[in-house]
Design a protein around this ligand. Structure first.
Ligand code: DQQ
Length: 620
């Protein structure tokens, strides 16, 4: 390799300089002479940015607040738009991309079709926030305007170098539909809002290696730093029916070398999309920064793949070896694609990032619609992002992750309603008065039933939630909550527990989310989602947290050991007509130890076009 070309990103030009190099190579020679002028310009730039930022923060709320929350059409479709989940102003959205925290602002980029409610014309939408809940939409960060991404600016991830340089790696689908990897930089890294992005002249930086088909090479991870001083990324691929993660190393993000071994591969799992690979601490719930060397005896590594075949996000816990650059799962039967999922409902193409403000790892995931295309056209939008979730290893079990909504969500709560010590006999349905509304956060704890009190044990049973959903009558279960329920229960979404006796005489508990009676509208998805989850013998409660936001119901079980996201479309149980009930449809009584329900405030989604930002900065 030519030593002259060995520049690391620590010394590489800023975005502005890079663009200058692209358009005028002689500018490079002038570079050092212009340093002092640059400094002055930078200071002016910082002042402008600061002025722009101040302008935004001080904008009168009536200008912006929540107008993007109002759906363009009346009727029940209007009530489907969420109030505190992330959505673009309109049109199609899919994967979250390149989430990051930079100079006081969280950034979320996302796969976006600026021209319609279906997947296509894929560009990168961009929004900024100071709390991950209230968002300011920015101009598109990237559009398919180069030969190497003409067919779409597909998914990618951000890396923040120790010197603060932000690097965005993404997949371009070329004008010949070949999947290649590209690099983009902020035009001005000192801009906290990272308003403009440039694609570097060296693109594409990676093309499919021998043996990998041109359409099976996508979605670079965030780069992680290893003890040898090199950065590594993983990229999803497949060979035959084996899903796999390729691993590349680099010292400067321009020159890359493919490692001999795959990071990991699993037969029969098909194409791995949107791989995520990150360390978790076995000692604390704090997140770990991949821009620092992290592999030691107190870390495990999570490998996540989004399986193109079944559109679910699977993860596994394992050990990463910095000497072989391979990862081995702790449990072979829980390998990637075979066992654990982040979420057992509608949830795909997720991505984590390290939040340096709170020292936490945060997970974003995409929840697609499950209504019809016609409905999406009438609504004018399609898809939401689930609430950002803190993610860490469950140090009580050691065998699963914990996911929990970021703490800021609790600041949206108001008008708390509480119940405690409620006995629910078989067949009881009890309304939680004063907890009406389509925006709720509910926490409920049921006493874990004592099966030794049964007169006779039931037959062992196979139940995976789909047999009859919440109407199937068992011994202990279904019992739980009815959310977005209409007065006469013509519409309701049941989130509940169901216990089954296994052949070996032990009980196991499932959590289910039943969409089959969520809406009277015909033709929408009526799946009953569900999964088994861990309850430790020392835990005498079964707990649920259910967050309701018009057309999305996010459920967190047993403190976040399992999650289910449902998309639901009530026609009657909308707004204040939506009610909350506790229910027990099992034959045995169950006991509600405590229930707290809060109404939830809406968050702000607003748009201020870049041109206005510039104007504001100039005027001040
Ligand atoms: N979505 C992107 C791809 C990715 C897929 C294209 C996953 O990069 O593999 O929109 O949903």
């Amino acid at each position: 390799m030519d030593p002259e070309s060995q520049r690391s990103y620590a010394e590489l030009p800023s975005g502005e300089e890079a663009e200058e190099i692209h358009s005028n190579p002689t500018a490079v020679a002038e570079n050092s002479r212009n340093r002092r002028i640059d400094l002055v310009l930078t200071l002016v730039g910082i002042c402008c940015v600061a002025a722009g930022t101040f302008f935004w923060i001080s904008l009168p709320s009536s200008n912006t607040e929540n107008f993007l929350r109002i759906a363009p059409e009346g009727g029940f479709l209007a009530s489907e738009r969420t109030a505190f989940h992330f959505q673009p102003r309109n049109n199609w959205m899919n994967d979250p991309n390149g989430p990051l925290f930079h100079k006081g602002y969280y950034h979320l980029f996302y796969q976006y079709n600026p021209y319609g409610v279906e997947w296509g014309n894929i560009s990168w939408g961009h929004a900024v926030s100071t709390d991950l809940l209230h968002w300011q939409h920015m101009d598109l960060a990237m559009q398919p305007d180069k030969w190497y991404d003409a067919d779409g600016v597909w998914s990618g991830s951000a890396t923040i170098l120790p010197n603060g340089q932000v690097i965005m790696l993404y997949t371009g689908s070329t004008n010949a539909s070949v999947q290649v990897q590209n690099l983009a930089l902020p035009l001005n890294t000192s801009d906290p809002l990272l308003r403009e992005w440039i694609k570097i002249p060296e693109n594409p930086i990676l093309v499919p290696p021998p043996g990998i088909a041109p359409k099976d090479f996508r979605d670079p991870t965030t780069a992680w730093l290893e003890a040898d001083g090199l950065w590594r990324i993983a990229i999803g691929a497949k060979k035959g029916r084996a899903g796999l993660a390729l691993i590349y190393k680099t010292f400067d993000f321009l020159h890359w070398e493919l490692e001999e071994e795959y990071l990991h591969t699993v037969q029969g799992t098909g194409m791995w999309e949107c791989i995520d690979f990150y360390p978790v601490s076995t000692a604390t719930s704090n997140g770990l920064d991949t821009s620092k060397v992290q592999t030691n005896e107190l870390t495990k590594h999570i490998l996540k793949a989004s399986l193109d075949d079944d559109k679910h996000d699977y993860y596994a816990i394992g050990l990463y070896s910095e000497s072989s650059h391979t990862w081995i799962p702790d449990a072979l039967d829980n390998d990637v694609g075979l066992g654990l999922r982040y979420d057992y409902g509608k949830y795909y193409a997720s991505k984590t990032f390290f939040d340096s403000k709170h020292q936490k790892r945060i997970l974003w995931g995409w929840a697609n619609e499950s209504d019809s295309l016609q409905d999406d056209i009438r609504k004018g939008w399609s898809s939401v992002q689930t609430l950002p979730r803190i993610l860490y290893l469950d140090n009580l079990t050691g065998t699963n992750l914990i996911q929990w909504p970021i703490e800021e969500v609790e600041a949206l709560r108001h008008d708390k309603v509480s119940r405690s010590n409620v006995l629910l006999k078989g067949g009881d349905v009890v309304e939680v008065d004063a907890a009406q509304g389509a925006q709720l956060d509910i926490e409920v704890g049921f006493e874990y039933p004592d099966a030794s009190k049964l007169d006779a044990l039931p037959e062992s049973e196979i139940y995976d939630c789909s047999q009859g959903g919440a109407t199937h009558r068992g011994v202990y279960g279904p019992f739980g909550l009815l959310v977005l329920a209409e007065d006469k229960l013509q519409e309701m979404t049941a989130v509940y527990f169901y216990m089954t006796l296994k052949r070996d005489g032990s009980w196991e508990t499932r959590v289910c989310s039943d969409q089959s009676r969520s809406s009277l509208e015909p033709g929408i998805d009526t799946t009953v989602y569900g999964t088994l989850f861990h309850r430790l013998p020392t835990e005498d409660s079964l707990s649920l947290r259910v967050i309701v936001d018009h057309s999305i119901v996010e459920t967190f079980v047993q403190g976040g050991r399992a999650c289910i996201t449902s998309r639901v479309y009530p026609t009657l149980a909308t707004g204040d007509k939506a009610r909350l009930f506790m229910f027990n449809n099992g034959t045995q009584p169950v006991f509600v130890k405590n229930l707290d329900a809060w109404k939830m405030r809406s968050t702000t989604l607003s748009v201020l076009p870049v041109t206005e930002w510039r104007l504001a900065a100039r005027q001040s």
